[in-house]
Write a protein that binds this ligand. Sequence first.
Ligand code: SF4
Ligand code: SF4
Length: 305
Amino acid sequence: MMDKKELTLFIKAEALRLGFTVCGIAQAAPVDLRTVGYLKKWVGEGRHGTMGYLERNCDKRTDPTLLFPGCRSIICVALNYFPGNVEEERLHLSRYALGRDYHKAVKDRLFMLLQAINGKVKVSGRPFCDTAPLLERYWATRAGIGWIGKNHQLIIPNAGTHFFLGELLIDAELEYDTPLEGNRCGECSECIDACPTNALTAEGFDARLCLSYLTIEHRGELPENIGEKMGNCFYGCDRCQKWCPHNRFATPTQVTEFTPSAALLAMDESDWKGLTEERYKELFGNSAVERCGYGQLMRNINSLK
Ligand code: SF4
Ligand code: SF4
């Protein structure tokens, strides 16, 4: 039978073996009052746009022990999706959308991690990846795997921002990591300067202005003249990551599911503009882009200037 320390070390080693770049562990507890206050104010001001799910499940979002009763530990992991240097002069999608569906890639590995833990100690657990009211970046900082930059992304020291986050909540007590507190950007403002819509400012982030929100989450008409700001990216927007100096540490992913398909990389402007629904299904059948739907993707493509 493993003791707490041995089990913690086993979990971290197993997470790395499964392909996660980092793994940290936080004690499950209600979210701190400062973060709760920020979240309530942000939603209260309507900065979440039409993402109505952020108005719901506030109790669970701010207390993971309500999301998974009996939860004692939050195991936080990050899976690298950085595709390397792809040709961004052509029309393209955000880097995170070039591979297969990340929800499945992350959750499959978390289920394997849970299974491995159960091979040592009997625990109950629930894996999550962007699928539940859980403050992923907050817990990642509590677990010491990164800190939240002015670009509102999790910055992993010596690795950057191109990561999908996942969490495994379990009912066993473990040894906990030291949180990475505060914003460590210093005087840098590269992401704010690079943001084409002023969604990011020194005062914070307004999703309603963000190209990533508008092209992926927003279902209605796009604002007039948005195409000029989109540049040649018609799904998402990577600018606030692209210029972040911490991404000089980014290394191409070794996760096979995230290797961009040759068919996707070969698409040129006329292919995208003439995209049929059938071809859309072939290209994105197993991708998070499928959630956006063909009509919305064409709305974005047709808005480009
Ligand atoms: S994704 Fe683009 S539009 Fe959104 S905050 Fe970042 S730079 Fe600004
Ligand atoms: S670009 Fe600079 S200010 Fe923005 S998140 Fe990165 S380090 Fe922080």
